[in-house]
Write a protein that binds this ligand. Structure first.
Ligand code: FAD
Length: 298
């Protein structure tokens, strides 16, 4: 079972890829995955094309990763634009291709639209997709998304938490968090989840920043706050990509070390199809773990 990865003391890691648009892109991605698997991930996931542009590639990528590297894989799936029949057909194809898990999502409104409009023959919320998978495709383990700083559309953190609980009650086995940059947000959300009776593993999603422009856009889209100190540091050299990567990697390293000290069950890395930054963070994490074990100050 998926949640078995998160046994106390195990600290499994997972990596999230996105589908490249071209065959050449897929070939370069596999070279990155070759580097990533050296860190022995519990599983690797691939996103489901926002807006529908690349969704056909999701299953192709996860199947390739599983065949080439013998790592368990998860396909993301959103309900955006799909009828229930389309969702069933994707899930049946996923099972046929040997996919192990599904990251079950509602998805964002397509580009240019501000509100989510369900397909008239489709589903409205992620909890309904979790239900569908559990009822009809029970071989597939299910992960869902959670939001330490609340989902952008939710009227309050309390309502968002009730909706997260709905997904767990429908059968989600693991929660992966949206990216965040203040660990305190993650800790207070985790505490509220526990108080609400959520007992499945809550895994922090780690985003190694690699460009100021990119993170400003993403953070705005998903409602994640960037601490002023971090923003100022990145802005010291606004056009220097190397600087942004260096600052982003150092920041994420501090984040994961602190999260480890605060008892997280594992880590999910938004690797952005690049192995280097995540590799550096994991090497620093191993050093931190070794220091902790030997009892020397971290
Ligand atoms: P839901 O859980 O359905 O929540 C959506 C909104 O509706 C929330 O405000 C919630 O509070 C509310 N809500 C939920 N259930 C109910 C209910 N029953 N009644 C009333 N209100 C309800 N996007 C992609 O397009 N492709 C991806 O591959 C992808 N992968 C992601 C992976 C992770 C780990 C994360 C954190 C996000 C990912 N996203 C992806 C983004 C995600 O699709 C968006 O954040 C989307 O806006 C919400 O999806 P959800 O599954 O959390 O939705």
């Amino acid at each position: 079972m998926l949640s078995d990865f998160y046994k106390p003391g195990a600290l499994p890691i997972s990596f999230e890829l996105f589908p490249p648009k071209t065959d050449k892109g897929v070939r370069s991605l596999m070279l990155q995955v070759e580097q990533l698997v050296k860190h022995k991930p519990a599983f690797i996931t691939c996103t489901y094309g926002a807006g529908g542009s690349t969704r056909g590639r999701t299953l192709e990528i996860v199947e390739k990763v599983k065949t080439m590297f013998q790592v368990p894989v998860a396909a993301h799936l959103t309900v955006v634009g799909s009828s229930v029949a389309d969702l069933r057909s994707f899930l049946a194809e996923a099972e046929r291709r040997g996919v192990d898990y599904i990251v079950a999502l509602r998805g964002d409104p397509p580009q240019g639209e501000t509100t989510f409009k369900p397909n008239p023959k489709g589903l409205r919320y992620a909890n309904e997709l979790v239900e569908l998978i559990n009822d009809e495709f029970s071989e597939l383990g299910v992960l869902v998304a959670g939001y330490p700083e609340k989902h952008v559309e939710a009227p309050s953190a309390e309502v968002d938490l009730e909706n997260l609980k709905r997904k767990v009650d429908a059968g989600a086995q693991v929660i992966v968090s949206q990216l965040f940059f203040r660990n305190s947000d993650f800790y207070s959300w985790r505490e509220r989840c526990e108080k609400a009776g959520i007992t499945v593993p809550i895994v922090p999603g780690i985003f190694p920043i690699n460009s100021l422009a990119q993170i400003s856009k993403i953070a705005k889209m998903c409602g994640a706050g960037i601490p002023k100190q971090l923003f100022d540091k990145l802005s010291e050299k606004p056009d220097d990509a190397q600087w942004h990567k260096q600052v982003g990697t150092a920041y994420a390293s501090q984040q994961v070390n602190d999260l480890l000290d605060n008892g997280v069950p594992g880590f999910h890395f938004y690797v952005l199809n690049q192995a280097e930054a995540t590799g550096k963070i994991l090497t620093a994490l191993k050093g931190h773990q070794a220091k902790k074990k030997s009892g020397s100050p971290a």
